[in-house]
Design a protein around this ligand. Structure first.
Ligand code: BGC
Length: 349
């Protein structure tokens, strides 16, 4: 079967390879891949800056934003051939740590978790993959191809879950405004959930894009062009930082209304020493009870939240997030960002 592979740690090693059928040890359910989403993490892996091959192997089958159809499943697995499905990315560490032991692998304490297509486990970027039924999410067929957005939405659903838990430290928590930095897929999905929560949604991006502006407006939100300094007077109750750009992260610290929550969802590259008046940041954050926290990955409950959020969303709005489909034979083209890209997917169908 065809598989998208890379040699982690080596830049530009991406290939379309012929590999053996997935081993039964990967799980009892056999899935035929329909579409695979590509994100910044995949680009980092391909550039050799991130990612780990399975133990004893040099190459990794990449891909963690899956969408497929069950080809074969044991009778007692809860799945039937034809079911539309998405695979969960992370697997608990083998110890397991206290978090993984209760199914919160997204909160793994010892870093020994594995991730399909990212860390020590082959991913979903092949014609077929196998998976354990307990790590597979069944979708209603009405989600169709938008189901490829389930994994990125699960990451956002976790960020929302934790933001709201932190907010509830005050019994009077009643957020009204949301600012999202970065109008990429994660930022727009975070804005979508904010709109579903009834918040006044603002999205900031440093690129002019009529399409993104329209997408935000269709949520009932406001699109801002520029940097956080350009909207200095606006202090949101919640700020979701989805760019990972070091200067944006710096400017986000302490930028909320009093008692606000800044959730860092974007991942930065190390090696950026920026000027920051940490005394000022500390003073604001302490005197205003502000919070900044990081959020990664998602557990099963967040995938369920993600599916529910996507089902509530307008189908056509979701479809607009998928701006480019690349045939599997040319999959490496999906790795080079193009103007107008939001979510780029590789088409296996
Ligand atoms: C994935 C997460 C993963 C994270 C870190 C993200 O792109 O969506 O599932 O935990 O990368 O590897």
């Amino acid at each position: 079967m065809r598989a998208l592979t890379v040699a982690p740690g080596t830049a530009n090693s991406a290939q379309l390879e012929n590999v053996p059928e997935p081993p039964v040890s990967d799980g009892a359910v056999l899935v035929r891949t329909l579409t695979l989403g590509v994100c910044g993490t995949d680009r980092e892996i391909v550039s050799g800056e991130y990612g780990w091959a399975p133990p004893g192997q040099k190459r990794l089958v990449i891909g963690h934003e899956s969408l497929g159809k069950v080809k074969a499943a044991p009778a007692d697995s809860g799945f039937m051939p034809g079911d539309l499905v998405v695979g969960i990315v992370r697997r608990p560490d083998p110890v397991p740590c206290p978090s993984c032991a209760v199914g919160e692998w997204d909160m793994c304490r010892n870093g020994r978790y594995t991730e399909r297509g990212i860390k020590e486990r082959n991913g979903y970027g092949s014609d077929f993959f196998r998976i354990e039924p307990e790590f597979l999410i069944k979708l209603d067929s009405s989600l169709g191809m938008n189901g490829v957005l389930v994994e990125p939405t699960s990451v956002v659903a976790k960020a929302w879950d934790h933001t709201e838990r932190i907010g509830r430290r005050s019994r009077a928590w009643d957020p009204k405004t949301l600012l999202v930095t970065g109008a990429g897929p994660i930022g727009l999905l975070a804005a979508m959930i904010g709109a579903q929560r009834g918040l006044d949604v603002h999205v900031l991006d440093h690129h002019e894009s009529l399409e993104k502006k329209t997408i935000v407006r269709e949520l009932g939100g406001t699109f801002h062009l520029g940097s956080l300094a350009d909207i200095d007077e606006f202090k949101p109750d919640i700020l979701m930082e989805c760019t990972g750009a070091p200067a944006v992260v710096r400017d986000a610290l302490g930028r909320t209304a009093s008692g606000g929550v800044v959730c860092l969802v974007g991942v930065s590259a190390p090696g950026h020493n920026l000027d920051v008046d940490i005394g000022e940041v500390n003073r604001t954050m302490v005197l205003e009870n502000d919070t900044v926290f990081g959020s990664v990955n998602a557990n099963r409950a967040h995938y369920d939240d993600a599916v529910a959020a996507l089902q509530r969303a307008d189908k056509h709005w979701l479809a607009r997030l998928i701006t480019r489909r690349v045939p599997v034979e040319q999959w490496t083209q999906s790795l080079t960002p193009q103007p107008g890209d939001i979510k780029v997917v590789v088409d296996f169908s």
